[in-house]
Design a protein around this ligand. Structure first.
Ligand code: SAM
Length: 231
């Protein structure tokens, strides 16, 4: 997979992209992550990317021309999803991450200031994604969230020690409680069943705990899950 990110702050990306699972995926050639500075697609000596809003109001708006030129140059003749990160987009979720992980190529546009000229939404992007109902100062952290969630789903990225199948939200449920050694810590014991070696009983216990935890914390998630007769 290839992911291209258009930003005014390319210096924000190397940190999160050069550690742990993302670094391993890049080093292993499973994903290519490319960062482009939108200012490189301006033609004036001040590299202007923003301007005042027509109609007045506080804050600056990202101009259409540099972003159109950046996307057109990076995309070339390919057809690929061009995604604007915006608090007005469709909510990001595990199922959206799964959907995006099936693409060969994505282009992510990070907004800044008061946002982007509406013609970018209307005539350039094919998708708009929000990472939550709050407002960040820029789309960079949102792009990192999307990349992190998508890349770990790509075939071969997670090693056998990391499991996707039972992660929270993968099957619509929150994950069951997890324990590691010691079996007793400060007097608090690990549930007996997990020490039993009885895999069927362990699987049943985990399923029950996942359902109970989801009911307690996120009951609205259960509307979308088929629980079968064990609910
Ligand atoms: N005035 C805009 C509005 O009300 O929709 C918000 C602009 S925000 C200060 C600047 C940029 O941060 C946005 O253009 C977007 O790229 C990014 N951003 C902010 N919150 C976001 C969110 N929840 N999800 C994705 N991107 C976000």
């Amino acid at each position: 997979m290839r992911i291209d990110i258009l930003t005014l702050f390319p210096e924000m990306f190397p940190g999160p992209f050069s550690a742990s699972i993302i670094k391993r995926a890049v080093d292993g050639g499973l994903v290519s992550l490319n960062i482009y500075n939108i200012r490189d697609y301006t033609h004036d000596k001040h590299h202007t990317v923003d301007d005042y809003a027509y109609g007045g109001g506080a804050g600056m708006i990202l101009k259409p021309k540099p972003i159109f030129e950046a996307v057109e140059s990076v995309k070339g003749e390919d057809t690929c999803s061009v995604i604007l990160l915006t608090p007005q987009g469709r909510p990001f979720s595990q199922s959206v991450a799964q959907e995006l992980s099936r693409h060969d190529r994505l282009i992510l546009i990070c907004g800044r200031y008061e946002g982007v000229d509406e013609r970018i939404r209307e005539h350039l992007v094919s998708d708009e994604i929000s990472i939550g109902d709050y407002v960040l100062s820029g789309g960079e952290l949102a792009a990192m969230v999307v990349v992190e969630a998508v890349v770990r789903l790509l075939p071969g990225v997670l090693g056998s020690e990391e499991s996707l199948a039972e992660d929270s939200h993968t099957d619509g449920l929150l994950e069951y409680p997890q324990y590691t050694r010691p079996a007793v810590f400060r007097g608090w014991s690990v549930p007996e069943v997990l020490l039993s070696g009885n895999h069927a009983q362990i699987a049943k216990w985990r399923r029950e705990k996942a359902i109970r935890r989801t009911k307690e914390r996120r009951p609205e998630l259960l509307d979308r899950v088929s629980l079968g007769k064990d609910s």
